[in-house]
Design a protein around this ligand. Structure first.
Ligand code: HSE
Length: 296
């Protein structure tokens, strides 16, 4: 039996739309066994599709198809700690797990790069699947069907406060809210910040993150879809976050904080239930995952 563990991921990191992403200390775990039928179950009561449309199975199948190997079925179990449709990479975790699990069952015929390219083709963009697979802070470009990524470890002195609301937001809906065209000014606003955010993470200059994670391409269009989103930004900033951004397509709001700032979390936990606008959010204290997906 193969066991694959995959971290949660936080994509975009503000200005790096469809490019930047980082891996965090919350994990889904999957097991894979060869089987002559499709047998999929969830070990924690979370509802998951149990047929050929299951995303883990579909992703595993893509590996069999790429290698030209017939697939009759698989026995898959899923443990789902990453909340679904909250902007924390639960879909990417399924895709990466399916690909890594199938590749391990078939004797590791695909390279990491081939697997990352396949995962990106299934997901449509690399900013969640790359850190899910590699761990750390990952910058990626998807160019003519090829993924180009650089991974850097995230400083262990950082922590991440994930403010997760009690409702789901489908990525398809959050992407549909975006305009087809953006101005040259907005493009420059973001490309300069995405570059600065990358340099700031690499160099450890976290005083730059506040300005570097500001965005003009997606957050202003998505915030109206996130009940309490504006107030959540305000609270996290008031509590002294280094940076605040919408995690992936939302609805989770992510704050970057110094790891030793326990007071940030204590004050956030106290403040959320006291606010009518924010009481549907729960804060999770997450740490960097610099390992990425593991296969045993
Ligand atoms: N970059 C993606 C988006 C991440 O913002 O739509 C969510 O999959």
């Amino acid at each position: 039996m193969i066991t694959v563990t995959v971290p949660a991921t936080s994509a975009n990191v503000g200005a790096g739309f469809d490019s930047l992403g980082l891996a965090l200390s919350m994990h889904n775990a999957f097991t894979f066994e060869e089987c002559d039928r499709i047998r999929i179950s969830s070990v924690d009561g979370t509802h998951v599709p149990t047929g050929a449309n299951n995303l883990v199975y579909r992703s595993a199948r893509a590996v069999y198809d790429q290698l030209g190997i017939p697939l009759r079925g698989l026995r898959i179990t899923q443990r789902n700690d990453i909340p679904m449709a909250r902007g924390l990479g639960s879909s990417s975790a399924c895709i990466v797990a399916g690909i890594l699990g199938a590749n391990a069952l078939l004797g590791n015929k695909l390279t990491s790069r081939q697997m990352l390219t396949l995962a990106t083709a299934i997901e449509g963009h690399p900013d969640n699947v790359a850190p899910a697979m590699l761990g750390g802070f990952v910058t990626s470009v998807y160019d003519e069907g090829q993924v180009y990524s650089v991974k850097k470890n995230i400083d262990e002195q950082l922590a991440f406060a994930a403010f997760v609301p009690d409702f789901r937001l489908l990525t398809s809906k959050a992407r549909a809210a975006l305009p087809d065209m953006v101005s040259h000014k907005d493009a420059v606003y973001n490309l300069s910040r995405a570059a600065l955010a990358t340099a700031a993470f690499c160099d450890g200059d976290y005083s730059l993150l506040g300005v570097a994670t500001k965005d003009s391409l997606h957050q202003k269009y998505r915030l109206p879809l996130i009940d309490g989103g504006d107030e959540m930004f305000e609270l996290a900033q008031d509590l002294g976050a280094l940076a605040v951004y919408i995690s992936g397509a939302g609805p989770t709001i992510m704050a970057v904080v110094p790891r030793d700032d326990q007071e940030f979390f204590a004050r956030a936990q106290e403040a959320l239930p006291q606010s009518e606008k924010l009481k549907h959010f729960t804060v999770y204290r997450l740490l960097p995952d610099n390992t990425g997906a593991t296969v045993e």
